[in-house]
Design a protein around this ligand. Structure first.
Ligand SMILES: *Cc1c(COP(=O)(O)O)cnc(C)c1O
Length: 348
């Protein structure tokens, strides 16, 4: 079988043999009836990692974010987020559809919500206005494709957002689907970033290589409400210790190695930038996401994606001008070399 080089997302990884063996060995129980010891261990481990009172295990990052929105808000409230944030762009309108809140967006291509605009966006406490109750930040920030992707939002910025929100009595949720990428890229501890938010979600099935699972962490009062919201969303699972075991394995073995993904992403960016018709500056690559602008006269991101697919290289268009490449556990320099061969044929 021909090897496929899959740069579409860091979600495409297959569980390794060692991870599968850890899953086989997991001690399990019915988490809904009497608790599952491996899920409990993962929840404690993540709560400790993030410096929060506790965490709940849920099937997906989308559900982790949804639990946060449902827990911090009431119907008719308003939440503030960046316009291309995952929660706005890629979660099928969950905040409005499931929790009845209005999402008001602010544009910040680097993921840093401008503080003056954030302050202006918080509504008057008036019967005429929705209550602004939650600000959401994303770390690392995937980006829209208008600029670089996988940005690490600086700690000082996150602190300033949190201080502003707190002063206004508003909670902050951090969509930390790729938080560990930001941690490894910056050297700042996870709990330092997490301290800038009241609740934090963390995805195990992105760069960390698990088949399933996310966690939502926060303070005690939040967790009580969050457990109810998770129950309503159908996210309370049974012998989920088999999945939690993969998470514990990943936190042990797959975090430090994210540095290799970041290195490979920079290498890929410099390769892409070397082709006429592609623009991608390697020194803007901070983590594992590479956004390449297609400026070639005969190609669009769509046409290039299709042509690359014929050469067993998979990528995704991010928008009408940009192709997205994501590095992860299951791609290597060998796959970057295959991109070079394919692009030489197509653009050379
Ligand atoms: C992937 C992702 C999520 C959640 O995705 P799921 O596919 O539901 O696990 C949330 N936020 C960001 C920034 C993501 O990249």
């Amino acid at each position: 079988m021909m090897r496929v080089s899959d740069f579409r997302s860091d979600t495409v990884t297959r569980p390794s043999r060692d991870m599968l063996e850890a899953m086989l060995r997991a001690d399990v129980g019915d988490d809904v009836l009497d608790g599952d010891p491996t899920v409990a261990a993962l929840e404690r481990r993540v709560a400790e990692l993030l410096g929060k009172d506790g965490a709940w295990f849920v099937p997906s990052g989308t559900m982790a974010n949804s639990v946060a929105v449902g827990s911090w808000t009431r119907h008719g409230d308003e939440i503030l987020l960046e316009r291309s944030a995952h929660m706005v762009q890629w979660e099928a309108g969950a905040a409005g559809a499931l929790h009845g809140v209005q999402s008001t967006t602010i544009v910040a291509e680097d993921g840093r919500l401008p503080l003056d605009e954030l302050r202006r966006s918080i509504r008057l406490r008036s019967l005429h206005c929705p209550r602004t109750t939650l600000v959401c930040v994303e770390q690392s920030f995937m980006g829209s494709g208008a600029g670089p992707g996988g940005r690490v939002v600086p700690l000082e910025h996150l602190r300033a957002v949190h201080a502003l929100a707190r002063e206004q009595g508003i909670a902050v949720h951090m969509d930390g689907a790729r938080l560990m990428n930001a941690v490894v890229a910056s050297g700042v501890a996870a709990r330092e970033y997490a301290a800038c938010a009241d609740s934090v979600s963390l995805c195990l099935s992105k760069g960390l290589g698990c088949p399933v699972g996310s966690l939502i962490a926060g303070p005690r009062e939040f967790l009580e409400r969050a457990r109810l919201v998770r129950k309503r969303l159908g996210g309370w699972m049974r012998q989920s210790g088999v999945l939690a075991a993969a998470g514990l394995y990943a936190l042990e073995h797959n975090v430090a190695r994210l540095a290799e993904d970041h290195e490979l992403a920079r290498e890929l960016a410099s390769v892409l930038d070397g082709f006429d018709g592609l623009e991608c500056s390697p020194n803007t690559v901070e983590s594992n996401i590479v956004m390449a602008r297609v400026t070639h006269p005969r190609h669009t991101p769509e046409s290039l994606m299709a042509a690359l697919r014929e050469r067993a290289v998979l990528v995704l268009p991010q928008n009408a001008t940009t192709l997205r490449f994501v590095t992860h556990l299951d791609v290597s320099t060998e796959d970057v070399a295959r991109v070079v061969v394919a692009l030489e044929e197509l653009l050379g």
